[in-house]
Design a protein around this ligand. Structure first.
Ligand SMILES: *[C@@H]1O[C@H](CO)[C@@H](O)[C@H](O)[C@H]1NC(C)=O
Length: 222
């Protein structure tokens, strides 16, 4: 029983590491048919004094944010989960991919987009109202300059809350400071310290319990 438990713990840890560290690099090292030379991302990167890393344009002086990403001709059929490390993306090229059923939520978290190019016959995520300008040509759809949807469309939120952009054409109502809970109806801040103390306490308890039972079985084996 003990080796199995150890094995499970180690594996959970490894899976965690792989998931948390690999996503950013894997999107930059995709194999695609288009060349980076002459790509708009290439020009953008040189203009801004940033560094090309595979398909990505990265701000190496900052915290390695990806500002540009060229995924033209990468054989992508879906986008789910691709942009989890892309909150700072400004230029994103997705032409020449057999994309199926992309949805606005695929672009959730992207708030800085200035230049998004999609395969022809695609719609701009969030609709035309989420962009300053959209343009459809024979081989691509361009979505230019993402708008502050809350502001431009004067999105209203229930009392005690305010509108926050979470992606192109996606908004959420968040509680104002001093309110929390369902429909922001509870007054006072969320009891963070109590909550954190509870979480840490119960984690330590479980860890201690595991340690104790492990020791017991080690003793028995000796
Ligand atoms: C790169 O990151 C640095 C540090 O965060 C920041 O000052 C700079 O403006 C960034 N460059 C661009 C082009 O965003």
């Amino acid at each position: 029983m003990t080796p199995l438990r150890n094995w499970l713990l180690i594996n959970t840890f490894l899976v965690y590491i792989v998931f948390c560290s690999d996503t950013q690099n894997s999107v930059c090292s995709k194999t695609c048919s288009s060349s980076m030379n002459g790509s708009y991302v290439y020009d953008f990167c040189h203009e801004q004094d940033l560094q090309l890393q595979g398909r990505c344009c990265v701000n190496v002086t900052g915290s390695q944010q990806i500002l540009g990403l060229d995924l033209q001709g990468c054989g992508l059929s879906q986008l789910t989960g691709l942009f989890t490390h892309g909150a700072s993306l400004q230029v994103l090229l997705l032409q020449d991919n057999p994309l199926m059923n992309t949805s606005t939520t695929d672009f959730k978290g992207l708030l800085e987009l200035k230049y998004l190019a999609l395969p022809m016959d695609s719609d701009c995520p969030g609709g035309m109202g989420a962009w300053e300008m959209t343009n459809t040509t024979a081989n691509e759809t361009l979505c230019l300059q993402e708008l502050d949807f809350c502001l431009v469309h004067n999105v209203s939120c229930p009392s005690n809350s305010y509108c926050a952009n979470t992606g192109p054409g996606i908004t959420e109502c968040l509680c104002l400071p001093g309110y929390h809970g369902y429909k922001c109806l509870r007054k006072g801040t969320f009891p963070t310290t109590v909550f954190t103390a509870g979480m840490v306490g119960s984690t330590l308890f479980v860890a201690g319990l595991l340690w104790f039972t492990q020791r017991q079985s080690v003793k028995k084996q000796v």
